[in-house]
Design a protein around this ligand. Sequence first.
Ligand code: HEM
Length: 511
Amino acid sequence: MSSPLATTPAAAPAQPTTTPPATTLPPVDLHNIQGDIFPGLPKKFEAYWFIQIRDGQVNQFRTKLFKLLPLITSAAQAQRDQDQIDHYKGSPAFNGQLLKLSGVNIGFSHKGLVKLGIADPITNTTTDPFQTGMFNDIGNLNDQADKWLPDFKKDIHALIFITGESLATIHERYAELKWILGSTIQEVKLTVGNVRPGKENGHEHFGYLDGVSQPNIQGIDKSPDPNPVEAPIPQGLILCKRDGDVIGTSTDPFPRPDWALDGSFMAFRYLTQNVPEFQAFIDAKNPPGAPQDFLGARLVGRWKSGAPIDLTPLHDDPALAADPIKINHFTFDAQSQERCPFAAHIRKTNPRGDFTPDIAEKRRILRRGIPFGPEVSPIEKQNQMTVLDRGLLFKCYQSQIGVGFQFLQQSWANNTKFPFGRTKIPTPGFDAIIGQDPNGGDRTMDISATNDPNSSLDLPVEWVISKGGEYFFSPSISALREVFALNPFVNGNGVHHENGNGLNGVHHPEL
Ligand code: HEM
């Protein structure tokens, strides 16, 4: 979909680069997938706008949504925007001034689907995390309810996010969306993230390069393969109803309504990071004689530059990190944590060679977060104490929350025994970055390089704190048009005709 703010000229439709798996489904159409899912919306800033649909305004909202549809950025458009940015940055005309570009995507929570009267069972049980919502899932995630911000305890029906190269562009687009949706919605929360400045560009607030390892999706990603060691994942691990969106370990397709095709479930987390405290811990516990941030690198699994410690365990290697192939060209030695601790963040969340490839592959997610909050101030640094909230607006996509995000957090990051069967050490311990104890606070992690059975590092506090979030479904653009929105030109009386637009029995009650 073209975006009025984008300066992109119309281009030929993007097509998948390889043949999709044999199936009765039509091939993936990048014009029909929201661009944040794939390839990600280019951004320096990103506003997250959490909204409620007002009582008695459902059909009005749906009509407004129809008007908003041309602003939704498709995967094809996001790809063109990125190509344009790359071309511009490489051209002699580039003077540091960024192209004015904006993207918009939308997702609905289960409460949002209920509000819209979309009764089709998009997940197959009432215990599916999407259906229960993230607040009711905090027992599984080990979040502390009292840490959650009040806004995230309210009903959130939809999340609209707006990306742009500047705050001014975001504000412009936000005002436009607000004007379109008018009084049909009520704002629950607006929060804005920003890429960090200068040489911290692309790094999360602890200072480590982020967004390095993402799965390559079969038949969609451009060649060359950005991740030569790991096989591309089936489309159905990210896109609903595609090959690989199956029930458990079976090959049975996950039952979903037809309109769910090419939608994806998104997990959003509002995660604050206590940066001065984290850095003070690393500095205090860094082994004598070891390079700066050696301990931090063992907790994360990568140096601040992004270089994986599995390839360069003793010192950072910025040149290796700058090589887009080498930076992901590793697996782990399943029997040893000499090069990388079993519980390092990147090993907990993607255990690569620790198991047969299908085990880690099934759990891959597409991460699309952005940092938020100011840089650490000199006073915070000096006092080693956080004063202003900063952290990560984490979001990730998968076809099943319980297979992707929820599983990674609950069964791997929080599970001190994972990876299982590592007999040389008592237990790998928590993921020091995101692992959470049921009671919060004190945790341990094994970081020994020598597989010393008695080595265990005390992690006295949690430096990443979950203060809220929600699960959403990001529909395909055709589903947005035909199921979620109401075409005022077809249904001029504002009444949606059940089974009217090939809607597959979706029932929208007149509210
Ligand atoms: C504030 C919180 C977090 C911080 C600071 C953080 C930081 C990082 C960093 C620095 C990397 C390595 C670079 C990269 O591959 O992108 C990484 C990778 C990763 N993180 Fe996080 N992360 C956070 C939250 C999460 C959460 C909540 C999850 C999911 C439950 C997660 C899942 C992953 C995955 C899957 C990878 C890629 C592992 C790989 O394929 O090698 N992260 N994270």
